[in-house]
Design a protein around this ligand. Sequence first.
Ligand SMILES: Nc1ncnc2c1ncn2[C@@H]1O[C@H](COP(=O)(O)OP(=O)(O)OP(=O)(O)O)[C@@H](O)[C@H]1O
Length: 217
Amino acid sequence: MSDILEVNNLSMRFDKNNVFENLKFSLKRGSLTALLGPNGTGKTTLINILMKMLTPSSGSFTFADDVRLGYVPQFRNIDAEYPLSIEAFVGLNAPIIKNSRTKEAIKKQLEETNLYQIKNTRMGEASGGQKQRAYLAQALLDNPNMIILDEATASLDPMAKDELMKLIRHLNEKHKITVLFVTHDISLAHKYMQNYLYLNHGQIEHGEMSQFKEAYE
Ligand SMILES: Nc1ncnc2c1ncn2[C@@H]1O[C@H](COP(=O)(O)OP(=O)(O)OP(=O)(O)O)[C@@H](O)[C@H]1O
């Protein structure tokens, strides 16, 4: 299939709370899509379903057979005393005994995310932007061809936001990684995303970011 993801009549209910109903959309390979919508409309719920952390009440979704999915959460408040270096944090999900191939892959992602020079800095003392890029590098280690980022820029200052978004655009342009980016930041989405999904009142709309209606903003 030419789409990397197809969602069909997806519905989610928690007890009597109907979060969304009959969502239908698809994402093209190599696309950059912002998932927008007011608080509590179900963006994280939708992502959790796509990541198979939640089971939908009904409906289905299909990823292309060759999809390799990476997930980048919003960085957490890592304790200032947290002992792991950025390099060790990026390699956390790799085998403990790292062969030369794994070490080389970690180095490549540290370079890709502009963290190589500071790889020995402890995560606890890294800036918000550096921590967020370390989460991204961790996800990139599995060589994904699609990444989902949930509020990855939410607590960053404007410069760190732009740096992360430029990096995401670079990953999309150079490695053709499909991007689904959950955000409340509409101006950032206008600047860096091509398409939008707008989740509101249990329904979803899909379109080009340049056409995103001002009425929503
Ligand atoms: N595990 C759960 N059990 C019951 N209700 C839940 C659960 N998770 C989410 N909800 C409810 O589902 C709705 C959607 O929540 P969700 O966190 O997906 O929204 P969101 O669009 O990501 O919000 P925000 O923009 O604030 O992050 C909310 O009404 C929330 O209270």
